[in-house]
Design a protein around this ligand. Structure first.
Ligand SMILES: C[S@@+](CC[C@H](N)C(=O)[O-])C[C@H]1O[C@@H](n2cnc3c(N)ncnc32)[C@H](O)[C@@H]1O
Length: 243
């Protein structure tokens, strides 16, 4: 972290607001702005937060779902315990991480899957864009597996040549897909959020394990239920780390 970067951060209004309002990251305000515009999360919802650390989105999601809802956070980086949020540590591209997240959900389906995952930046625009798309595809495949029909999906994507293809794929799975950039996104960032609503259901075709690899496939509750059924919030542990 350079001195210039630290100075810029101190001047950033969302960084200051996050400090004042005890959010773990300025990113919390991106989810708040997306929620204000699209009403993605409702009280009582079961939410999966992918790329959750340090936890700003999870804090906002836990507030929005309230005591009857559930939040499962997934990240390869550490995550300090947060009331109302169960945490699974691992890389979402690894089958074991996806299986552990599904285990925490104990057969329940999610109302909403969020992904704020960002790749490690190389500084090369095309490489960073391709890595961002890879994370979005992994998030979309996970969502395809664990969302209830009618559910919502939000993902951060770095704009670039492959953005259109990703949006087209999302549109085959959801009734409505929109791209939006919240005011809290930094002007220097190429990030965009894709907001999809009305999940059409997993439908026919290969299970996500076949799409994103891994022998044996996923063994989550949704598979046992044939991808249907409703969320059973009480089946989700409400706090603590899964490991
Ligand atoms: C911008 S931060 C997320 C900030 C978070 N939404 C918040 O409000 O505090 C991006 C996160 O994505 C995570 N991430 C990147 N690639 C990942 C992967 N393959 N699996 C799991 N997490 C990943 C990083 O570890 C990082 O914590």
């Amino acid at each position: 972290m350079s001195l210039r970067w630290l100075r810029q951060r101190r001047r950033d209004p969302y960084y200051r607001l996050a400090k004042r309002e005890s959010y773990r990251s300025r990113a919390a305000y991106k989810l708040k702005q997306l929620q204000k515009r699209f009403r993605i999360i409702r009280p009582g919802d079961a939410v999966v937060d992918l790329g959750a650390s340090p936890g700003g989105w999870s804090q906002v999601a836990a507030e929005l779902v309230g005591p009857r809802g559930r939040v499962v956070a997934v990240d390869r980086a550490p995550f300090k315990p947060l009331e109302g949020v169960a945490f699974v540590r691992g890389d979402l591209r690894d089958q074991t991480t996806r299986e552990r997240a599904l285990r925490v959900m104990r057969g329940g389906l999610a109302d909403c899957v969020l992904s704020d995952m960002s790749p490690d930046l190389s500084g090369n625009y095309s490489i960073d864009h391709a890595r961002s798309i890879e994370l979005c595809e992994a998030a979309l495949d996970f969502a395809r597996y664990c969302l209830r029909p009618g559910g919502s999906f939000v993902a951060k994507v770095f704009q670039g040549a492959m953005f259109g293809g990703f949006l087209r794929r999302a549109k085959t799975l959801f009734k409505v897909c929109r791209a939006h950039r919240p005011a809290a996104s930094r002007s220097s960032s190429s990030e965009m959020y894709v907001i999809c609503r009305g999940f059409k259901g997993r439908g026919p075709g290969p299970a996500p394990s076949k799409v994103i690899g891994g022998p044996g496939g996923w063994r989550g509750g949704a598979e046992r239920r044939g991808g249907g059924g409703s969320v059973e919030p009480e089946a989700w542990p409400h706090t603590g780390e899964e490991e």
